[in-house]
Design a protein around this ligand. Structure first.
Ligand code: ATP
Ligand code: MG
Length: 580
């Protein structure tokens, strides 16, 4: 395949979109184009076109990885374009977070020194000129029906629509009205510009779709310059053509919009605005992720009703949320590669995303011990004043990364679940009379426990076997089944640990019109005070660790401070959900 030469990752599985690009390259469809300055254009130019009306989520990440990834693999370029044609819903805040999220995911829109950051609003003048031409050429008209009449005359899936009484008004009359609309002489909704196609088309999108509407609203970039705004379906193909896009990838719901995409570009090519080959739209299946919702409107509801702690709550499927949770860009790219692209909608299990995170972090994350649910373990035969140096590898498979050093002393913290006064069948951790190894330390034999007045275990007692230390000759003489982690109470670093879990306990929280708020997981966030191995206090914001036996954790990028670390659980070591 031609792209393998310049691909950064030739093991990327093929998919039907790559197949399309390969065949376009084979037929040299986009091979001989040049830009306005006469410079040769790449044969693959894609774009990611968000509307700046909300935060990006994991579904957008799929589209970002796809568009930017294909451009990279085919030595083309990908534009970041804001589809900002709806002034009342859009805001600079969203523009900023989207730029930040795409960059964080590892992509940029620079190609051969040129920045391809675009805004549909930059094309408002051209879009307007083209609409004037369409009216003049008889391909569009100003409709002055009321909104109700327009809706009634649109017909339905089973019935054709009816022509507007204004459909055949002379072009000059439409043009004069359009100019008055632009000049601010008309009220919102008084007139609308429509493409003149076919009110009887079986495709509702071809029944004279609106291309311009009046909206007296302030735009976050063009201010009050305009009081008419182009419709999305009109703007999108034109923006693609103006930017010399070759492959315009979008989600399946736009399939029925493609005939209009093609229609508008054909007419404007006839009008001399564009040259062939034109951009082509292809649809792929959107990402639906179990245990998550990806509707911007519903995500907004979670934020506004304070069900979560903001857009970047680590339980949110927003990019700012999963970033804060501790996901890496590499894990998300790996996820996007693994799920691939399909032509039919399907559900991807959350465990696929978590699996990608584990596979990315396992070889990278430094190991650390943290006790999340502490119980005191007292080594009665260990001196009160002594301590023992212990070592453990920073990473078990990377000896070159060196060792961690920490102390063992008489009083330790262990996990409460690592002791049972009366062991259940198959339990081989601490119980009276049993021996376990304190990981990287000694073998100890449990002698009993202390309880409070209510019978709760408050401390466990044991004796250590002085010749059993890990890494010494004697250690081989002890064969024990249990191997538990611990931190020295005198040396432990206290940390706030936020144990995050899936936000929803239902795999399809909003399927079939269900109320997703009924599906919230009551245990999606638990905050504990943990005791960590010394060194944890040095964690840098965003630094990731594997807490031995517990999973992957990150120092919270906002709240973690030197000396006072705060950790988020990204995910557990193993998937505990699929068996639920
Ligand atoms: P809206 O309802 O506001 O249009 P949207 O999720 O479609 O919401 P856009 O900003 O229009 O948001 O999306 C930008 C791009 O991301 C589009 O090309 C869209 O097809 C793609 N996209 C959105 N959601 C998903 C998803 N779940 N999976 C894959 N791609 C998606
Ligand atoms: Mg959209």
């Amino acid at each position: 395949m031609s792209h393998d030469n310049n691909s950064t990752n030739s093991t990327v599985p093929s998919n039907f979109l790559r197949g399309i690009i390969d065949s376009d390259i084979a037929s040299a469809k986009y091979a001989h184009r040049s830009d306005a300055q006469g410079k040769a254009l790449p044969t693959v130019i894609t774009r990611f076109p968000p509307e700046p009306n909300g935060y990006l989520h994991i579904g957008h990440a799929k589209s970002i990885c796809l568009n930017f990834g294909l451009a990279r693999d085919y030595a083309g370029r990908c534009h970041l374009r804001f589809d900002d044609t709806n002034p009342t819903k859009e805001d600079q805040e969203y523009v900023d977070t989207i730029i930040d999220s795409v960059q964080w995911l590892g992509y940029d829109w620079k190609h051969e020194g040129v920045t391809h950051l675009h805004y549909a609003s930059d094309y408002f003048d051209q879009l307007y000129q083209m609409a004037e031409w369409l009216i003049t050429a008889g391909h569009a008209y100003v409709d002055s029906q009321s909104a109700d009449d327009m809706a009634a005359n649109r017909g339905s899936f089973s019935e054709p629509g009816k022509n507007s009484p204004f459909r055949d008004r002379p072009a000059e009359e439409s043009l004069a009205l359009f100019r008055r609309m632009k000049a601010g002489e008309c009220k919102d909704g008084e007139h609308i510009v429509r493409a003149k196609i076919d009110m009887a088309s079986p495709n509702m999108n071809m029944r004279d779709p609106a291309i311009y509407r009046i909206r007296h609203a302030h735009h976050h970039r063009t201010g009050d310059k305009w009081c008419i705004y182009p419709m999305y379906d009109y703007t999108h193909p034109i923006s693609d053509a103006l930017e010399n896009i070759t492959h315009s990838f979008c989600t399946l719901e736009f399939q029925d919009h493609r005939p209009f995409y093609d229609w508008i570009l054909e007419r404007l090519t006839e009008g001399g605005f564009f040259k062939k080959p034109l951009p082509h739209q292809y649809e792929f299946a959107r990402l639906n992720l179990t245990y998550a919702i990806t509707s911007k409107r519903k995500l907004l509801q979670l934020v506004e009703e304070k069900i979560v702690d903001g857009w970047d709550d680590p339980r949110m499927p927003t990019i700012v949320g999963i970033r804060r949770r501790g996901y890496t860009p590499e894990a998300i790219q790996l996820f996007a590669e693994r799920i691939g692209v399909a032509k039919a909608d399907s559900w991807i299990d959350m465990s696929t995303l978590e699996g990608a995170l584990r596979d990315d972090l396992d070889p990278k994350a430094a190991r650390l011990v943290a006790v999340l649910n502490p119980l005191k373990l007292i080594i009665d035969n260990f001196s009160e004043t002594a301590s023992e140096d212990c070592t453990a590898p920073v990473h078990p498979h990377h000896p070159e990364r060196g060792n961690r050093h920490f102390k063992l002393s008489r009083e330790l913290w262990i996990e409460a679940e690592d002791f049972m006064e009366v062991p259940s069948k198959g339990y081989f951790r601490l119980f009276p009379g049993n021996k376990v190894r304190l990981r990287y330390g000694f073998v100890v034999e449990c002698t009993g426990c202390d309880k409070d007045a209510n019978g709760n275990v408050i401390a466990v007692h044991c004796n250590y076997l002085a010749d059993s230390k890990s890494g010494t000759e004697g250690s081989a003489n002890y064969k024990v089944k249990g191997n538990i982690h611990w931190v020295s109470a005198a040396h432990a670093v206290e940390a706030e640990v936020r144990l995050y879990d899936r936000l929803f306990s239902d795999a399809h929280p909003d399927a079939g019109g269900k109320d997703f708020k009924q599906a919230l997981n009551a245990d999606s966030k638990t905050v504990v005070t943990a005791y960590c191995e010394s060194g944890a206090e040095l964690a840098q914001p965003d630094e990731k660790f594997q807490f031995e036996r517990h999973g992957y954790f990150v120092a919270d990028r906002l709240d973690s401070k030197a000396g006072k670390p705060v950790f988020n659980r990204i995910t557990t070591l193993k998937d505990s959900w699929t068996s639920k």
